[in-house]
Structures are given as structure tokens and as C-alpha cells.
Design a protein around this ligand. Structure first.
Ligand SMILES: [Zn+2]
Length: 216
């Protein structure tokens, strides 16, 4: 009787282990299949995340420089832009993981000592280059592959990046004179950015209410 119980226990142990191995192998294969199905989409998302990460660090460094110059308006702008880029990085990283990819933020540092005037011009040139290079191509690829979820995210980012250029150009033209309605708002869901003088009640991209926007 005793030996029969032991045999049953050993059988259950083997059966349980075999079941766990099967489940693990299947889920791993499913993950690999998902990753290979969306390979180019994941690459586009990770490229976007990396680029947003680097740009966010640069903007933070530019904000520190503006603070050194007591240029509050441009410090606010650079902090808002850094936050917007951070949201873009997180959105793309989350989407990449959802489709079986893995994003690791790059080891990058930005310690810039050029003046705010130069940093504004440098930011405009870099934002224009990034925009001209991509021209919404990643979003088009996502649409072609039938991935509407990712396409929507990339379209939001493209629209938000265009807004970055507008606000940087406006700040560059205004010089460093702080305005009466100084300050910026950033949508915490999609990174869309506004000057406080004109903003939507609901973010046109993700429908977040303005009361949830982060103020800088
Ligand atoms: Zn939004």
C-alpha cells in the first residue's frame, strides 16, 4: 500500500513537471512568434524610444543651463520638452514590450554648456532633422502591417514633435523676455505639448482633459 502511494506521488511529480515544461515552452514559442511577426514594428518603436530618451536628456541639460542664466521661460520650455520626450519614450517602450520586444534605455549623458540662445537654435535644427528624417514613415509602416495601435502612437508622437518645433521657434523669435502667460502644459498620456496661452480642453490625440495636463 505504502509503495503504491509513493508510486502515485512520483507519477504526479513527473506529470506536473512535464505540464509546467510544456506550458513554459509554448508561451516562449508564442512570445518568439509574436516578436518575429512584429519585428520591424518593434525596431521602429525601440528606435523612437532611444531617440526620445537621448533628446529628453539634452532638453534637461538645456533647462539647467537656462536656469543658470535666470531664463525662466526657456527653462520651463526645456523642462516641458524633456517631459514630453520622456512620455514618448515610455509609450514606445510599453508598445514594444506588448508585441514581444524588449527595450533598454541607452547609457547616455548630456552635459551641455552652450548658451540658451545657442541651445534653442540647436534644438530647432535637431527637431527639424528628426522630423524630416522620419516624416511619419514608421507610422505608415505600422499602418501597412495592420498594427493600428502602434500607428496611432507614432502619429501622436509625430504631431507632438511638430509642436516641439513650433514652440522652439516661437521661443527663439521671442528672445528671453518672459511673457505674461508664461508656462507650458504637457499631456501626461501622449506627451502632446502646449503653451499656456492656447490649449485644447481635451487633448486632440488621446482625449485627456486639460485639468490632467502637467504644468511647467
Ligand atoms: Zn494626449
Amino acid at each position: 500500500m505504502k509503495s503504491r502511494n509513493i508510486a502515485i506521488m512520483v507519477f504526479c511529480l513527473f506529470a506536473g513537471t512535464a505540464l509546467l515544461v510544456t506550458i513554459y515552452t509554448r508561451s516562449k514559442l508564442a512570445g518568439q512568434a509574436l516578436e518575429s511577426e512584429w519585428k520591424s514594428t518593434i525596431e521602429d518603436l525601440c528606435d523612437n524610444s532611444t531617440s526620445a530618451h537621448i533628446q529628453s536628456l539634452r532638453y534637461t541639460s538645456y533647462a539647467t543651463q537656462a536656469a543658470r542664466e535666470d531664463d525662466t521661460l526657456n527653462e520651463q520650455l526645456f523642462r516641458a520638452l524633456a517631459y514630453s520626450e520622456l512620455i514618448h519614450e515610455q509609450m514606445c517602450a510599453k508598445a514594444a514590450e506588448l508585441f514581444g520586444g524588449e527595450y533598454t534605455s541607452p547609457h547616455s549623458e548630456a552635459d551641455i554648456s552652450t548658451t540658451t540662445e545657442e541651445n534653442l537654435k540647436r534644438s530647432i535644427s535637431s527637431a527639424r532633422t528628426r522630423h524630416n528624417l522620419t516624416q511619419g514613415e514608421a507610422a505608415s509602416r505600422a499602418i501597412e502591417s495592420g498594427n493600428r495601435y502602434v500607428a496611432r502612437i507614432l502619429i501622436w508622437i509625430d504631431g507632438s514633435n511638430r509642436r516641439h518645433i513650433e514652440l522652439l521657434e516661437r521661443a527663439d523669435n521671442a528672445g528671453s523676455k518672459p511673457g505674461k502667460d508664461a508656462g507650458y502644459l504637457v499631456c501626461p498620456k501622449c506627451g502632446n505639448i502646449y503653451h499656456t496661452a492656447s490649449y485644447d480642453i481635451y487633448c486632440p490625440f488621446c482625449q485627456t482633459h486639460y485639468s490632467d495636463f502637467k504644468r511647467f
